[in-house]
Design a protein around this ligand. Structure first.
Ligand SMILES: Cc1cc2nc3c(=O)[nH]c(=O)nc-3n(C[C@H](O)[C@H](O)[C@H](O)COP(=O)(O)O)c2cc1C
Length: 150
């Protein structure tokens, strides 16, 4: 995953009440992005579908993961296909609105005060961990030093 964009939208169908194995495999390779809060200053959003139920949960999980990496999340769009065409149409509208909200956030540098405390808590926790494990987390340690976070 490139880290150069201003915003990242994650999408996954519901596979047995969670994201797909491919999405999870990606997350499992992104420990350093959590440690280094690599999505800090970026915006995120999530999209999910489900055959019967659970689309909201999957989208929330995707956004929670983006948030754990430091991103400000602007929203989510999800639909359970079992709810019919009206629900699909509604989700398409939501997706459009989220795209607009992302563009607006990037353009104006929107801040999300309600997400600030969570980011600060993660940053403090990661700073402690990276400091404690500086001998084996050498890349993370170098990144924190370069950022003057340590
Ligand atoms: C391996 C697999 C697991 C799935 N697990 C669930 C599930 O737990 N709950 C659910 O509502 N839908 C489940 N689905 C359905 C998908 O979420 C659904 O196919 C996807 O959202 C796309 O919708 P569509 O098939 O109508 O295009 C599963 C599909 C597959 C292939």
């Amino acid at each position: 995953m490139s880290l150069s964009p201003d915003a990242i939208v994650l999408a996954s169908p519901n596979y047995i009440n969670n994201v797909t194995a491919w999405m999870k495999a990606l997350f499992d390779r992104m420990g350093d992005c959590v440690h280094c809060q690599r999505m800090e200053g970026k915006y995120g959003a999530a999209v999910s579908t489900a055959g019967g139920s659970g689309a909201v949960y999957v989208a929330e999980y995707l956004n929670k993961t983006l948030s754990l990496m430091g991103a400000d999340v602007v929203g989510a769009a999800s639909v359970n296909m079992s709810e019919g065409q009206d629900a699909v149409n509604q989700a398409i509208k939501e997706s459009h609105n989220i795209g607009m909200a992302l563009a607006e956030a990037i353009e104006t540098g929107r801040v999300f005060p309600d997400q600030k405390a969570g980011h600060e808590e993660m940053m403090n926790r990661m700073r402690d961990l990276v400091s404690l494990r500086s001998d084996d987390w050498t890349c993370e340690y170098a990144y924190f030093r370069a950022k003057k976070w340590l």
